[in-house]
Design a protein around this ligand. Structure first.
Ligand code: KG4
Ligand code: ZN
Length: 336
């Protein structure tokens, strides 16, 4: 079965074609980062308009690269939520329009389920069950994943998401948007141990996170130490964030008795986080899995794949046109 995936929840238009027999056939992405950069964040109306401009040309590109035509598609998956309402509507409209025109089934996919299952697009792929650390611009969660649609939340952030903390730190340090890669780059030339930043909730005894205090600490430090200290502050911040994310992930593995950890979402692209988790994995004897680097941040491939999983397990529960800008992952049900 060949599934066309459409991602348009935020500032990236992602289109992909996934074949349940042959794997990912092609994927294409247009990032709006440059367009939003001068505003310091995503402008929703600009995002929607750009998705409209990009989606069909990207779809043509993906089909051409896969050596396919519209007639080869067997089903369509689109990001139904959570995300920006206007941006989601673009993907939902195109998916529904194509579905009606081509007489194909359409399924709305939860964006975070896309992230959560994206490590299954890598080789080797993790087997169920596993613990998932979901770290994106909007979410920071530890989940127990027993199978497709079978997710149990073990802990989450009480305030800012990890990616948001990177983005806000970047802003405070005068770096561009998105902040994650910019902070990581600057941190490479800094001394992570020069300033001691807090590790919020690292020893709280539960699996929840908090990042807003870390951001405030960065602000205070920047005001005190001045602009010359930026690289050291970036390095100190990154190390503190990684300490917390790694520490809580280890605690989740211990609590569940599982020995597989899956890391997904944009912050999963962070090299220091990967180095730390890889080192802990070989020291403690668990396995850690990541999506292919290009599929860490938002993309169409993870939506095509999650859609294919839903089609494969059962007819989609709700194929009707619709978006869900606010949608809790724990509301998802496993396909029957
Ligand atoms: O998953 P994603 O593309 O979008 C959401 O669904 O939110 O994640 C984007 C987030 C941004 O906050 C970005 O700063 C962060 O991922 N990010 C990183 C890195 N690359 C992207 N954070 C730390 N290090 C990176 N290398
Ligand atoms: Zn995302």
């Amino acid at each position: 079965m060949k599934v066309l995936g459409i991602e348009s929840s935020c500032d990236e238009t992602g289109i992909a074609l996934y074949d349940t027999e042959r794997g990912l056939l092609a994927h294409a992405l247009h990032s709006q980062v440059a367009m939003h950069a001068e505003y310091g964040g995503v402008v929703p109306e600009l995002a929607s308009r750009d998705h409209i401009r990009r989606a069909l040309p990207l779809t043509r590109k993906v089909l051409a690269e896969a050596g396919c035509t519209l007639k080869d598609i067997d089903g369509i998956a689109y990001t139904q939520g959570p995300g920006l309402a206007g941006a989601l509507l673009v993907g939902a409209s195109i998916a529904s329009g194509l579905g009606v025109a081509l007489n194909l089934p359409v399924v709305g996919v939860h964006h975070l389920e896309g992230h959560l299952l994206s490590p299954l697009l890598a080789d080797p792929r993790p087997e169920f069950p596993f613990v998932a650390l979901l770290v994106s611009g909007g979410h920071t969660q530890l989940m127990r994943v027993a199978g497709v649609g079978d997710y149990e939340m073990m802990g989450e952030t009480l305030d800012d998401a990890a990616g948001e903390a990177f983005d806000k730190t970047a802003q405070l340090l005068g770096l561009g948007y998105p902040g994650g890669p910019a902070v990581a780059k600057l941190a490479a030339s800094g001394d992570a141990h020069k300033y001691k930043l807090p590790r919020p909730m690292l020893n709280s005894g539960d699996l929840d996170f908090s990042f807003s205090g870390l951001k405030t600490a960065v602000l205070n430090l920047k005001n005190r130490a001045g602009p010359d200290a930026c690289a050291d502050i970036a390095a100190g911040f990154q190390l503190a964030a990684v300490d917390v994310l790694a520490g809580k992930s280890l605690a989740a593995l211990k609590q569940t008795g599982m020995n597989r950890l899956v890391v997904a979402g944009g912050v999963g692209a962070n090299q220091l986080l990967r180095d730390r988790l890889n080192a802990e994995a070989s020291r403690r004897g668990f396995q850690v899995f990541y999506p292919p680097l290009a599929l860490c941040t938002d993309n169409g491939a993870m939506i095509a794949f999650a859609g294919a999983m839903r089609f494969a397990h059962a007819a989609p529960a709700d194929g009707r046109f619709g978006i869900r800008p606010r949608w809790d992952l724990s509301e998802l049900r496993a396909p029957a």
